[in-house]
Write a protein that binds this ligand. Structure first.
Ligand SMILES: Cc1cc2nc3c(=O)[nH]c(=O)nc-3n(C[C@H](O)[C@H](O)[C@H](O)COP(=O)(O)OP(=O)(O)OC[C@H]3O[C@@H](n4cnc5c(N)ncnc54)[C@H](O)[C@@H]3O)c2cc1C
Length: 333
């Protein structure tokens, strides 16, 4: 049975695994490895250490379905809506730019529930804390090394991590990438920002008329969401949660600073922006070094084949211009 390794348990990796399970002409052994301790990638949902039911989306906040993508990928949206994994975003988000015909969806159980759903559907053998470091060609197969433990062999490898992390891989892969492909990969760029998630005690009131707000006049804060309100979850037993996304200039300036220092600065700015905000019981600060794609790979159509046989391919949002839908496109390869 062919052994397929998907590196990355984010949207691209999980959906790729689910599609392979459904559409592969022959049975395959599917493995998904991620360096993190949980699935989600840039669609991660953090839990309060005091109440696992209190959660906050640290990366992607909602999914925008344009009329074009609705036509192309309607079945994905229909399935996720039928299962209640996605629901229409109805809570007010101030400053959100809506184009005609666009539709926004949120995930009531947190955005990472989309990824967990696809991983479950795929039946893949999912391994966390597996950081891929090297990929070598050995007798017509890929030998994949990780930070700890022995290397393993696969017939097909799909790389779904952000492009700078692909370019850091050691071994034969570094020489197999053609000059032209290297230029394509090196042309990809990402914004950087921080996300600060805050968890509050049950019963805490955050008295603002919105569920989310885009902010244009603050050097540090770009977006705030009362995350449970965004997801229409208001309960007397589960404390509210809030997420702040910083501006890109703040993210870039503090990229190599320690996360605790950045967290303190974001917290001060938040208190000045929303005076009277109660003290959270727990916080979680995430540095998104590779946040959103600002320049996608030129002339890539959802994926880039690095080697035809054995097959080595990379995909994800860097290979299209859109996020969710781009991942769906690349996962199809
Ligand atoms: C702050 C923020 C806000 C966003 N807002 C939105 C939004 O509102 N709507 C939207 O549609 N999109 C949004 N996005 C973009 C969206 O999150 C991404 O497009 C999407 O999640 C990318 O999924 P992916 O699977 O391609 O990549 P990722 O989610 O980055 O997954 C790659 C995975 O690879 C793993 N990995 C990396 N290197 C290695 C290695 N060497 N070995 C093993 N594993 C490795 C990582 O741990 C990660 O889990 C946002 C992103 C951020 C950061």
């Amino acid at each position: 049975m062919a052994r397929v390794l998907i590196v990355g348990a984010g949207l691209t990796g999980s959906l790729c695994a689910a599609l392979l399970r459904k559409e592969a002409p022959r049975p395959v052994h599917l493995a998904v490895w991620d360096e993190a301790g949980d699935s989600g990638g840039r669609m991660s949902t953090a839990r309060s250490p005091y109440n696992p039911q209190s959660t906050v989306d640290l990366g992607a906040q909602y999914i925008t379905c344009t009329p074009h993508y609705a036509k192309q990928h309607q079945s994905f949206y229909d399935d996720l809506l039928a299962l209640g994994i996605l629901k229409p975003l109805t809570a007010p988000i101030e400053g959100m730019v809506m184009k005609e015909g666009d539709c926004n969806f949120m995930a009531p159980q947190g955005i990472s529930s989309i990824i967990k759903h696809y991983l479950k559907e795929s039946g893949a053998d999912v391994c966390f804390r597996h950081c891929v470091t090297q990929i070598n060609l050995r007798n017509g197969k890929w030998e994949v090394s990780k930070e700890t433990g022995p290397p393993e062999q696969f017939d097909i490898v799909v790389l779904t991590m952000p492009v700078p992390q692909i370019l850091q891989l050691q071994g034969d892969i570094a020489n197999l990438i053609s000059e032209c492909q290297r230029r394509q990969l090196e042309s990809v760029s990402y914004s950087s920002r921080y996300a600060l998630g805050l968890f509050y005690e049950a019963g805490t009131k955050i008295d603002v008329p919105w569920a989310g707000q885009y902010i244009t006049s603050n050097p540090c804060i770009r977006f705030i969401s009362i995350d449970n309100k965004k997801r229409n979850i208001e309960s007397s037993e589960i404390g509210p949660s809030l997420v702040v996304h910083t501006t890109v200039p703040f993210g870039v300036t503090h990229l190599d600073h320690c996360t605790e220092d950045a967290q303190e600065l974001i917290f001060q700015q938040l208190e000045a922006f929303l005076p009277g905000l109660p003290r959270p019981v727990a916080t979680r600060c995430q540095k998104w070094r590779h946040s959103q794609v600002t320049e996608a790979a030129a002339n890539a159509h959802g994926q880039l084949t690095l080697h035809p046989k054995p097959f080595l391919v990379c995909g994800g949002d860097a290979f299209t211009q859109s996020n969710f839908d781009g991942c769906i496109t690349s996962a199809r390869y």
